[in-house]
Design a binder for this molecule. Structure first.
Ligand code: HEC
Length: 122
């Protein structure tokens, strides 16, 4: 009898756990980015990496985010042009994530816009 009860509770609990996950993508609220104007990889994106990421991604830990190597390290391996907000270079350091360094909301939006525009080497 007791075993049945415990088993039932476990099943109910497990089902609850399985159905409670939500897959929300992080959607930053954003200012000032005109989607019609190309974000510049060299002028706007690599400076973010240089400011926040090179301690670790300066050649030792992939991706190599030094300005001269960043593009090759990111495209195509870490961008998803079909689902831009599923790109690793975007999702990993999101402001609400747990990575060692995180983008600000504005930086995240810039990266996402750059990917949406085709992740150009511009
Ligand atoms: C304090 C060290 C540190 C800093 C600073 C750091 N990272 Fe990382 N990063 C790591 C480590 C370690 C890994 C590998 C383990 C993992 O995936 O979490 C990693 C993994 C990643 C990955 C996943 C690579 C892959 O293909 O699995 C991406 C993308 C990334 N970092 C981007 C960034 C960006 C962008 C910044 C700057 C905003 C940054 N990281 C700053 C340590 C760091």
């Amino acid at each position: 009898m007791k075993k049945h009860l415990i088993f039932t509770l476990m099943v109910v609990f497990t089902l609850g756990m399985l159905t409670s996950c939500q897959y929300d993508f992080y959607v930053p609220e954003l200012p000032d980015i005109d989607p019609e104007v190309d974000v510049s990889f060299s002028q706007e994106i690599t400076p973010i990496f240089s400011a926040k990421c090179l301690n670790c991604h300066g050649g030792n830990i992939p991706p190599d985010l030094r300005p001269e190597n960043a593009y090759a390290s990111i495209v195509p391996a870490r961008v998803n042009l079909d689902v831009p907000n599923d790109s690793k270079i975007y999702t990993k350091p999101l402001p609400d994530g747990s990575h060692a360094a995180k983008y600000s909301d504005a930086e995240a939006a810039l990266i996402l816009t750059w990917i949406e525009q085709g992740a150009k080497n511009n």
